[in-house]
Design a protein around this ligand. Structure first.
Ligand code: CTP
Ligand code: ZN
Length: 161
């Protein structure tokens, strides 16, 4: 994938954030999105979670990338699906005993249910009726299946926590 020169450069840059023993490395996150990735995962460090974050580091695949390393936690498919909304190029690496034992690219689902809350106050999903939110996912945004509201910016702020 990368030529020798680039991978050598990358190795040097990656030393900024140390290797983990067991857990998940979320790599190739769009520059500037690392804190949103943590918000989606519900990780804020207050419960003693061991994590490392690199932001806006040089990358050969993206102009600048973020990288998030979470020790002691393997992400579920649901979590990965939601991450795809803000980090469509991310690679999820599961690490056990210092080795990468699984690597997958995130995939954007066509539909996300019960994950985002609609910003439209008069949407049926935001009322008192128990209606599960449902959004169609597009290349550049999401659309509420009930009220058709389209959101392109700051999708992370819609995430139900
Ligand atoms: N990593 C880590 N701790 C480990 C093993 C790997 O933090 N014990 C990190 C590496 O620093 C890298 C990512 O996990 O950011 C993926 O590791 P690896 O597959 O070894 O690197 P690459 O081959 O460069 O990955 P890719 O091709 O996906 O860029
Ligand atoms: Zn709606």
């Amino acid at each position: 994938m990368s030529n020798g020169h680039n991978s050598h450069e990358n190795d040097e840059h990656e030393l900024r954030v140390s290797k983990i023993r067991d857990g998940t490395v979320i790599d190739h996150v769009r520059g500037g999105q690392a804190l949103n990735v943590l918000a989606i995962l519900g990780i804020d460090g207050t419960r003693g979670e061991e994590l490392s974050i690199g932001m806006n580091v040089p990358s050969d695949r993206l102009a600048r990338k973020d990288i998030v390393k979470v020790e002691g936690r393997e992400l579920s498919q649901d979590e990965v699906d939601v991450l795809s909304l803000i980090a469509p190029d991310a690679t999820i690496n599961i690490v056990r005993d210092y080795d990468v034992v699984e690597k997958h690219r995130v995939e954007r689902p066509d539909i996300v249910e019960g994950v985002l809350s609609c910003p439209n106050a008069s949407c049926i999903t935001t009322g008192t009726e128990p209606v599960t939110s449902r959004f169609s996912v597009f290349e550049d945004g999401v659309r509420c299946s009930y009220c058709e509201t389209i959101v392109r910016e700051d999708i992370a702020s819609l995430i139900d926590t």
